[in-house]
Design a protein around this ligand. Structure first.
Ligand SMILES: Cc1cc2nc3c(=O)[nH]c(=O)nc-3n(C[C@H](O)[C@H](O)[C@H](O)COP(=O)(O)OP(=O)(O)OC[C@H]3O[C@@H](n4cnc5c(N)ncnc54)[C@H](O)[C@@H]3O)c2cc1C
Length: 1019
C-alpha cells in the first residue's frame, strides 16, 4: 500500500485493503518481501478426479495449458479437491484456517520458449475462512482466495460462500488405518500430484469462475508447498506424517460453478489403498515458500520413498531420460535394462581387438550445431561423470571438434564435383542454457532471417568481384544491381523487426499485410531475374551452377513460407519437401540439386523413385532441418566426436548414471509388456524380459581395460567380455551375438518386472523397429487394451535399413582428394570433413582420420579413414525371428557386400577425386590389419562393411503423412508408461540424437519437473 493509499479514508478502501489496515499489515514500512517461508501443519482430505482434458483446460487462465502427465490417457487429465485445515506460524502471527481448493497438477506455460515451462499446479478455486491467509493469498501469492464459511461436524464438512450459499458438502469415511506414507505404494504417485511448484497470477483480476479472459499481459508467480513426509522438521523433531485411505461423498451446491462434466450430485471415490488416484487424508507438516518468478521456483527434494523408474533400452533417448531422473538426489531409483553388452543403440560401436582395437561403428555419426538439448545434456553428463568440460566457451571443448569442412558432392556436366558449403562459424555458444526468458530465441524465425540475409549476401559486390568478368559479365553484373538493392531493402526491413514481430509477420496471410505482399513480389522478381542471369553461366561454370541452385532453393523456401504464412512447420508434413518447393516455383532442373537432396540424404529419406525422391520426406521436417542446420547453429555447423561417437557420448553417460546411483542391467532383452484395463484406465502391469546371460560376480564391467588413452573415456568392445559371463565359453564357442535377435540363443531365464513392486513408472526407450512384438497388447485389434493410435504408429511409420562402411588407407587425404578444392576459404587442406549428396546408397562420407590416433595400429599407422553411410530403400520389413530365419543377418551382409563392391567399383574415382583411378590400385591403397594376406577385393572385406539387419537397428523415417502418427513421450495412453526415442513426437520428428535426447528429457520432465529447460525449436 502506498503512502497515499494509506492516508485514504477507510471507506474508500476495498475489502482487502480494509483487512490489511485492520491487521496492521498494509501500513507503510511493513514489507511483505520480508516473508520468506511459512511453516505449519496440514490436515487435508484429498480427492483426485479425472476429467476430460478440454474441461480441465477450460479452468486455466490464458497463458497456461495442460502439460503431459503419466497417469491418465491422452484425452483426460487429473485434478484434485482438497478440504484442508492449515495452521501456520509466520513472522506476523498465527494463521489457523480451513480451505477448500481445486488443484490442477501438470500445468505448463502455453508459450513454448519459456526457460522453464513447468509443470506446475494451478489452483482455479480456493475458498477459505481466514482474513489473513485470504489477504496474503491474494496480495502476495496472486491466488483468488474467496471468503467462505466452513462448518465441520465429525467427518462432515459444509462449505459456503461469503453470502452463506452452499458450495460443497462432503462426508469422509476412513477405510483403513492412518499409516506412514510408505505403507501405501500408491502414495508415491499421490505425492507427485501435490508436490509441484504452484503457479498463480500476480495482480490478476478475477471473474467469479476464475476463468480469465483476454488479459494479454498476464504475469505469473510461482511458489512451493513442501510437505514433510520423512525426516525431521525445522526444529529437528522427527515428523510423523500419516496417510489414511478414505471414501468420499461430495455434493456441490449452488455457490460452486462446476467444471463441465463434473456431476454436482454426491459421488464416492476409490481410496488410495486401491488406486494411485484414490482419496486419502494426509496429516503432516508443511513449508510454504515465498512467491517468486516461476522460472526460479524449484521444488526442494521431498522426503519419503523414491519413485522406482525402469528404463528400457540403452540408446541416447533412454540414457537421457535415465540421467535427468537419476541426477535428482533422493527422488528416483533408476534401473536401466538393455539387451547386449553396451550402451548406445544406433550410436554404439566397439573396438575390435583382432584389428588393432580399431573403432567399428554402426555408421557415420556427428552432432549438428543446432543440437541444443543434446550438447547441453552432454555437458551436464560430463560434469556428473567427473569430466567437467563446460567452459566459458560452452560445453564443446573437450568432447567435440568443431567441423567446418562441410560440403556436398554434386553432379554437373556429367561429372561429380565437391562443393564446400559456405557455412563458417559464429560466436554463439553451443548447448548453453539461456539465463532467462529474454534470451530464449525464436529459433526458426531467426534462421529464416539468416536465410534472407544469406540471399542478400550471395548477391553482394564481392560475389561479382570474384567473377572473372569479360564485357558481357560486367554488363550482367550491372543488371544484377537492382536485385541486390531489392534484397538489401528486404534485409533492412527484417533487421528493423524484432524476432517475435517477424514471426507474426511470417504468419500473417499476404492478403492482410502489404509489407508481406511487397516482400513476396521482390523475392519472386529476384528469383526470375537470377534465372535469366544464370541461364548461360550455369552451363559454363560449375560454381555459377551451384550458386544458382542454392539461391533458387533459398528464395523458394522464403517465398513458400511467406505465401503459406506459417512457421508451424508440422502443418506442412502431409506434403513432400521437394513437391512443395516445386509447387512454389523451384526450377525443375534443380529438383536433384544437392542443396535439397542433402536434406533427404542426411535423414536417410530414400524411396524407390530415385533420383527425384518425391514423396520421401515430410516437408515440415525437411524445412525445419534445413533452416536449423544451415542458419540455426551455434558455434560450428557440425561437431565431430573427439573419441568416436560411443566413447565420447556413451562412456560418460555410463559413468554419470553410475555416479548418480542408477543401476545398469546389461543382457536384458525386453520381450513384452502386459497392459491391464481398457480405454482410459489402461495400466502398465508388467514388463517381461529375457535374461540373455548371467554375470559371474553380479556386476558387469562393460569396458576394455587398457585400450583408451590416459584421460580419454573408456572403450567399449565389439563383443561382450565373455570371461565375465557364466555362459561366456559357450557364447564364444558358438559365435552367438547377443544383439542378434535371429541368433539361436533362448537366453538363460526370464525376468518379470511388476508395477507397484519393481517399478512405479517405466520409460520405453526401445526403437520402433523392435517394438511390434513388445507392445502387441496395444496393437492387437482383438485385445482389450487395443489402441488404434499405437496400431497406426506401428503400421504407418516407415523404417529403413541403413548401410555403412569404414575404409582405412595407407595414403593421406592429399593423395586421395583433389587438393585444388579447399573446404574452407583460404584453407589449403584437401580435407573433406563431412559431405553428403553422393551416389546412392552411400551418399554421405566423413573423414575421421583424427580417430586413427586413438586406435592402436602398428607403426606406421594408416593415414586416412573414411566413414561412409546411407540407406537402401524404404519400407523394409524384417522377417520374424525363428528357426527359418537364423541366417537372415548373414544373408543380408552378403547381399550388402555385393551392392557395396559394385558401388565402390563404379564410384571410387569420383568420390576419391585425387586417388587411384583403377579399382585394383584403389584396393591396394586400403590398409588391412597386420597378418592379413588379403589381396584384391578381399582387402575390402578386411575393412568394416555393415548393414542394419536387426529390427532395433532400423532407422525411423519422416515421410509425408507419417509424422502425425508419432506418439509423444507422455502420450502412450497407458498409465505409468512413458516413451523415449527418436521415433516419438518431438519438435524435430526425425531420427537424430537431438530428437532422441529431447524425447528423453520430455519423458523425464513429465515425471519430475526436471530438466527445467528443454530447448524447443519454438514450433
Ligand atoms: C547409420 C546411422 C547414422 C546416423 N548418423 C547420425 C548422426 O550423424 N547424427 C545424429 O544425430 N544421429 C544419427 N543417427 C541417428 C541416431 O543414431 C539415432 O537417432 C539415435 O541413436 C536414436 O536413439 P534412441 O535411443 O531413440 O534409439 P537407439 O539408438 O536405437 O537405442 C535403442 C536401444 O534400445 C535397445 N534395445 C533394442 N531392443 C531391445 C529390447 N528388446 N530389449 C532391451 N533393449 C533393447 C538397444 O540395444 C539400444 O540400446 C544415425 C543413425 C544411423 C543408423
Amino acid at each position: 500500500m502506498t503512502d497515499e493509499e494509506f492516508r485514504r479514508p477507510i471507506g474508500e478502501l476495498d475489502d482487502a485493503q480494509r483487512l490489511a489496515r485492520a491487521e496492521g499489515l498494509d501500513a507503510p514500512g511493513i514489507d511483505f518481501a520480508a516473508f520468506t517461508e511459512g511453516r505449519g501443519t496440514l490436515d487435508a482430505h484429498v480427492i483426485p478426479l479425472v476429467l476430460p482434458s478440454a474441461v480441465v483446460a477450460a479452468m486455466l487462465p490464458r497463458g497456461l495449458q495442460l502439460a503431459p502427465q503419466p497417469l491418465v490417457g491422452p484425452d483426460r487429465h487429473p485434478l484434485f479437491l482438497s478440504f484442508a485445515h492449515n495452521r501456520f506460524e509466520a513472522w506476523f502471527g498465527v494463521m489457523d484456517y480451513h480451505e477448500l481448493l481445486f488443484g490442477i497438477p501438470w500445468v505448463e506455460y502455453a508459450e513454448e520458449r519459456m526457460p522453464h515451462r513447468g509443470p506446475f499446479i494451478y489452483m482455479p478455486r480456493l475458498l477459505l475462512d481466514g482474513a489473513l491467509p485470504q489477504l496474503l493469498g491474494e496480495r502476495v501469492y496472486g491466488y483468488e482466495k474467496l471468503a467462505g464459511g466452513f462448518s465441520r461436524t465429525g467427518s462432515e464438512w459444509h462449505v459456503a460462500d461469503a453470502a452463506g450459499d452452499t458450495a460443497v458438502t462432503a462426508a469422509f469415511t476412513s477405510t483403513g488405518d492412518a499409516s506412514p506414507p510408505d505403507a501405501w505404494p500408491s502414495f508415491a504417485w499421490a505425492r507427485k500430484l501435490l508436490e509441484m511448484p504452484t503457479i498463480s497470477q500476480h495482480g490478476r483480476r478475477f471473474d467469479r469462475d476464475a476463468r480469465i479472459t483476454g488479459d494479454a499481459d498476464q504475469r505469473f508467480v510461482g511458489s512451493t508447498v513442501r510437505y514433510l513426509f520423512a525426516g525431521t522438521d525445522w526444529d529437528g523433531r522427527v515428523v510423523e506424517p500419516t496417510i489414511e485411505p478414505i471414501a468420499a461423498r461430495v455434493t456441490f451446491g449452488t455457490a460452486m460453478t462446476l467444471p463441465d462434466g463434473l456431476a454436482s450430485t454426491a459421488w464416492a471415490t476409490r481410496s488410495i489403498a486401491d488406486d494411485v488416484l484414490g482419496s486419502f487424508r494426509v496429516r503432516t507438516k508443511q513449508i510454504v515458500s515465498a512467491p517468486g518468478d516461476p522460472a526460479d521456483v524449484r521444488m526442494p527434494p521431498g522426503g519419503g520413498r523414491k519413485l522406482k523408474i525402469a528404463v528400457l533400452g540403452g540408446g541416447p533417448a533412454a540414457c537421457a531420460a535415465a540421467y535427468w531422473l537419476a541426477r535428482q538426489p533422493g527422488e528416483y531409483d533408476v534401473s536401466l535394462f538393455t539387451m547386449g553388452w553396451r550402451l548406445g543403440g544406433k550410436c554404439a560401436a566397439g573396438r575390435n581387438p583382432d584389428a588393432h582395437d580399431r573403432i567399428e561403428e554402426h555408421g557415420l555419426h556427428a552432432f549438428l550445431g543446432f543440437y541444443r538439448n543434446a550438447i547441453r545434456t552432454v555437458a551436464e553428463v560430463y560434469a556428473t561423470a567427473g569430466r567437467p568440460i563446460a567452459t566459458a566457451e560452452g560445453p564443446v571443448e573437450g568432447a567435440f571438434r568443431s567441423q567446418l569442412d562441410v560440403g556436398v558432392v554434386d553432379r554437373w556436366n556429367d561429372r561429380w564435383h565437391y562443393f564446400p558449403t559456405p557455412l563458417g562459424s559464429n560466436d554463439r555458444i553451443p548447448g548453453r542454457v539461456p539465463p532467462g526468458g529474454e534470451d530464449v530465441r525464436a529459433d526458426l524465425a531467426l534462421a529464416f532471417k539468416g536465410l534472407l540475409r544469406r540471399i542478400a549476401g550471395e548477391l553482394d559486390d564481392a560475389q561479382d568481384a570474384s567473377i572473372d568478368a569479360g564485357p558481357l559479365e560486367r554488363a550482367l553484373a550491372l543488371v544484377r544491381a537492382p536485385w541486390r538493392e531489392a534484397m538489401a531493402s528486404v534485409v533492412a526491413w527484417i533487421d528493423r523487426e524484432g524476432d517475435i514481430a517477424f514471426e507474426r509477420f511470417v504468419e500473417t496471410p499476404p492478403a492482410a499485410s502489404r509489407p508481406k505482399t511487397w516482400m513476396i513480389s521482390i523475392l519472386k522478381q529476384v528469383r526470375s531475374g537470377l534465372a535469366w542471369y544464370y541461364e548461360d553461366r550455369a552451363r559454363s561454370s560449375r560454381t555459377a551452377w551451384f550458386q544458382w541452385g542454392g539461391l533458387d532453393t533459398l528464395l523458394t523456401i522464403a517465398i513458400g513460407l511467406l505465401v503459406d504464412s506459417t512457421l508451424d512447420l508440422d502443418d506442412l508434413d502431409d506434403q513432400d519437401l521437394l513437391s512443395w518447393l516445386l509447387a512454389h516455383g523451384l526450377e525443375p532442373e534443380h529438383a536433384d540439386i544437392s542443396t535439397i537432396t542433402q536434406v533427404y540424404e542426411t535423414l536417410f529419406a530414400h524411396a524407390a523413385n530415385l533420383p527425384y525422391r518425391t514423396g520421401d520426406l515430410a516437408c515440415g521436417v525437411g524445412l525445419r532441418w534445413f533452416l536449423l542446420v544451415s542458419f540455426g547453429y551455434d558455434g560450428a555447423p557440425a561437431y565431430d566426436f573427439r573419441w568416436s561417437c560411443p566413447e565420447t557420448l556413451m562412456t560418460p553417460y555410463y559413468e554419470a548414471l553410475v555416479a548418480c546411483g542408477a543401476k545398469i542391467h546389461f543382457f536384458h532383452r525386453v520381450t513384452g509388456i502386459d497392459v491391464e484395463g481398457q480405454g482410459d484406465a489402461k495400466v502398465l502391469a508388467r514388463v517381461r524380459m529375457q535374461i540373455q546371460a548371467t554375470v559371474k560376480n553380479g556386476a558387469y564391467d562393460p569396458f576394455m581395460p587398457g585400450v583408451a588413452k590416459p584421460g580419454a573415456p573408456a572403450a567399449w568392445p565389439i563383443r561382450p567380455a565373455f570371461d565375465q559371463l557364466e555362459q561366456g565359453d559357450e557364447l564364444a564357442r558358438r559365435g552367438i551375438d547377443l544383439e542378434d535377435v535371429y541368433a539361436d540363443w533362448p537366453g538363460v531365464g526370464e525376468r518379470v518386472l511388476e508395477q507397484g513392486r519393481d517399478f512405479d513408472a517405466c520409460i520405453l526407450g526401445i526403437p520402433l523397429g523392435a517394438l511390434p512384438p513388445i507392445v502387441a497388447p496395444l496393437v492387437d485389434a482383438a485385445g482389450s487394451a487395443f489402441d488404434p493410435r499405437w496400431k497406426a504408429m506401428i503400421d504407418r511409420i516407415s523404417l529403413i535399413q541403413t548401410v555403412s562402411a569404414q575404409l582405412w588407407f595407407d595414403r593421406d587425404a592429399a593423395a586421395m582428394f583433389d587438393t585444388s578444392i579447399a573446404a574452407v576459404e583460404g584453407d589449403a587442406r584437401p580435407a573433406r570433413g563431412l559431405l553428403t549428396g553422393f551416389v546412392h546408397p552411400q551418399g554421405s562420407l566423413g573423414e575421421m582420420s583424427e580417430l586413427i590416433d586413438i586406435e592402436r595400429w602398428p607403426s606406421p599407422p594408416p593415414e586416412l579413414v573414411t566413414y561412409h553411410t546411407g540407406a537402401l530403400v524404404a519400407g523394409a520389413r524384417l522377417p520374424a525371428p525363428g528357426p527359418a530365419t537364423r541366417e537372415f543377418p548373414a544373408n543380408e551382409r552378403a547381399r550388402w557386400r555385393v551392392i557395396f563392391e559394385q558401388w565402390l567399383r563404379s564410384n571410387h574415382a569420383a568420390l576419391f577425386d585425387g586417388g587411384p583411378r583403377d579399382f585394383e590400385s584403389f584396393l591396394a591403397a586400403l590398409r588391412v590389419p597386420a597378418g592379413s594376406t588379403a589381396t584384391g577385393v578381399d582387402r575390402l572385406w578386411a575393412q568394416v562393411v555393415s548393414i542394419a539387419c536387426q529390427p532395433s537397428d532400423l532407422y525411423v523415417l519422416s515421410r509425408p503423412g507419417e509424422t502425425a502418427h508419432r506418439l509423444a513421450p507422455s502420450g502412450s495412453g497407458v498409465r505409468f508408461l512413458l516413451l523415449a526415442g527418436d521415433w516419438t513426437k518431438t519438435d524435430l520428428n526425425c531420427g537424430c540424437v537431438e530428437a532422441a535426447t529431447q524425447s528423453g528429457m520430455l519423458a523425464a520432465r513429465a515425471l519430475s519437473n526436471e530438466p527445467r529447460w528443454v530447448w524447443r525449436v519454438g514450433y
